[in-house]
Design a protein around this ligand. Sequence first.
Ligand SMILES: *Cc1c(COP(=O)(O)O)cnc(C)c1O
Length: 444
Amino acid sequence: MITINEEKCKRPLAISGGNPIRTVPLPWEFPGAYYINEEESQLIQTVIHHKSPFRYYGIDLQHMVDQLETAVCEKFSVPYAIAVNSGTSALYIALAAFGVGPSDEVLVPGYLWVSCVSAIVRLGAIPRLVDIDDTFCMDPEDLKNKISTHSKAIIFVHMSGATGHINEVKKIAQENQLFLLEDCAQSLGTTLNRQYVGTFGDMAIFSFQLNKNITSGEGGMIICRDKQLYQRCFACHDLGFSRTPSGRLDFSDTHCQLWGSGSRMSELTAAMALAQFKKLDKILHAMRESKSKIRQSLIHLEKLQFRRILDPLGDSSCFLITIYPSVELCQAFTLALVAEGIKGEKGSITCVPMSQWGLHWYFNIPSLVNKTSWCADGFPWSHPKNNFANLYTYAKGSLPCCDDYADRAALLTISSHLSDQDIIDIITAFHKVYFHLLKNTKDA
Ligand SMILES: *Cc1c(COP(=O)(O)O)cnc(C)c1O
């Protein structure tokens, strides 16, 4: 345990004119980025040197995408993986493989990312909101309330690096014969009782965008165990058809005459993602060490609550979520932390009230709240088979638990590159602000 300087904590808060705990910005919140080095360069150089940037054929193909998919299959002990160009594409493709369309609804948590919703709507289906619980993931109890005859699939989103009651949700999915898609974009490498997230459901998706645990700038992955789902994903990620072993289009399989989304991964992206994937455990180790030190040093602060983490050892640890007695205290506490220097470079998101967490909350997605369409017809909201959803609303006020946490919770990104001094400063700042703003508040 880290011992903090008690006397320092009693000095005036920086927000009231005192001296801040630190003045140097904290590192950026891009876990994989700090680990980019010659290994990424070398693999990318290999692709360039061999003049073969396309995955299915080329002058002298180096099979970077194949190697990446194989590495992913091995790590998760699954037979199938398909690399794609983004997590957003991956979600769309996975739902298309399930056969989601008009008259279907897909159950999603209210704390999510806009891509989950856009995938559903672009397929002509209806998003059905489910509340979260204190794990900040889908609440199995509310899920039971929301399932209807139109329900086709559930997207369980492992949010902010950790998971929730995925086993309970899996059971409900099975009992109701619903597909279960795991969105692991924010939790590559996260485990629950030693089982990797992404291996509970029918399919799972990952993202390699800059903010995720590893990065190739853009990129994504779909994994599954079922051969037919795999074949449908394959067709949808490409041009709508399967391919021969030599990488040429194959129209012979009548089950795979679908519509493609042009979401293939290039050899260049795969080269970078492959180098990063090999560093995943190292990156997770750094964040886990830092977060555990910070959490351990704050856990005894009675009036500070934390997001419930079911398995702290399995938390990929990219975020620390704290919960306050009121909206006002949450705002004041966070502003005071920022004033103490708990912030990053200009443009970074390091320490914010979760109300400012943008498209992660259902009610912050204007196209969802306003049920917009990209065509004059108003599809899919106007589709006759979607009439059942006419009364669904998506404005704030639809999910009590989400609404409450959005107001009372704050988020600190745990960089993969924190120094011991950074960690001490974060802990000291929390103690200092706690002493001044929270310690002596009356219980709510
Ligand atoms: C980032 C993210 C995605 C989308 O991934 P991209 O690669 O950015 O398209 C999907 N779901 C969640 C939960 C995410 O955080």
